[in-house]
Design a binder for this molecule. Structure first.
Ligand code: ZN
Length: 274
């Protein structure tokens, strides 16, 4: 039985850690917006669930598990031959670093799935371990983003192995399962990391677009606007975000904006391995 049928998603790059953007979002307005977004997602997810049930009935006895998406490594979009309507995948990198639990709560309130790409360096104290545990317990997908966020091409194979393996083991120790996804820091995959990912049955993932690491988008309003209105937004967009304060603040309006545009959210649970 799947832990969470509806929820799941993705993540991003290391970015500047300081200069937390302040926004003046009105709490009441945010709450109203959140409620509307939640209702819409519930509707869309109910529809999806119906579709899936129908599909399951058709497929009954033929396949144990329905897998509906693939990562297109040519442009890192997430593609499906079966799903209808426009969809995006949300991913959050460099977690858990202080904002990830709140980000996960906002996603869960809106029934939006996502992937959290974690760094082992954040999983070595009680606070980080508890944060990952909460995120995992809420049903979100977890990805390995290396231990120290090092640039893999600068490391020996032995050092790369340590970066990948240690984080895998920390995640397994905390959640009971190894991460299903891998995203290299700065998107710098190597032949060694490619081999590791393949040998460990993980799904390799870069991203389509992301803005929260650029100085001009480190406030909730600018980040919301660019995320929803960039010309890079397409069906299957694999959206890179980070464990950052301004991202946490922008998330409610971003979800609401995607709903208004008619987008729904891809559940990473249904992304197929190569
Ligand atoms: Zn990163």
């Amino acid at each position: 039985m799947k832990k969470m049928l509806i929820l799941s998603s993705l993540a991003a790059l290391l970015a500047g850690c300081s200069n937390a953007g302040e926004d003046n979002a009105d709490a009441e307005q945010k709450e109203k917006a959140g409620t509307a977004a939640q209702e819409e997602n519930q509707d869309q997810n109910e529809k999806k669930e119906e579709q899936k049930e129908q599909k399951d009935q058709k497929a009954a006895g033929s396949k144990e598990e329905e897998v509906t998406y693939k990562v297109n490594e040519a442009n890192w979009t997430i593609q499906s031959e079966e799903s209808e309507g426009d969809e995006v995948l949300l991913t959050f990198d460099d977690a858990p670093d202080g904002n990830a639990v709140k980000i996960a709560e906002t996603l869960a309130e809106n029934k939006v799935p996502a992937i959290f790409f974690v760094n082992g360096m954040f999983l070595k104290d009680e606070e980080g371990r508890n944060a990952l545990k909460r995120i995992n317990d809420m049903g979100f997908a977890i990805g390995n983003h290396t231990t120290t966020h090092a640039s893999l091409p600068d490391l020996s194979e032995e050092e790369q192995l340590e970066e990948l393996k240690e984080t895998d083991e920390l995640v397994k120790e905390i959640t009971g399962e190894k991460p299903a996804f891998f995203r290299a820091p700065f998107g710098q995959n190597t032949s060694f990391s490619d081999e590791y990912v393949k040998n460990n049955g993980m799904i390799k993932m870069n991203w389509t677009y992301g803005y929260d690491f650029e100085t001009e988008y480190q406030n909730a309003e600018a980040l919301t606007d660019i995320t929803l209105n960039t010309e890079l937004l397409t069906d299957g967009a694999n959206i890179l975000m980070h464990d950052r304060e301004w991202t946490k603040e922008a998330l409610g309006p971003i979800i609401e904006g995607f709903n208004e545009k008619g987008y729904s959210f891809i559940d990473p649970q249904y992304i197929e391995k190569e």
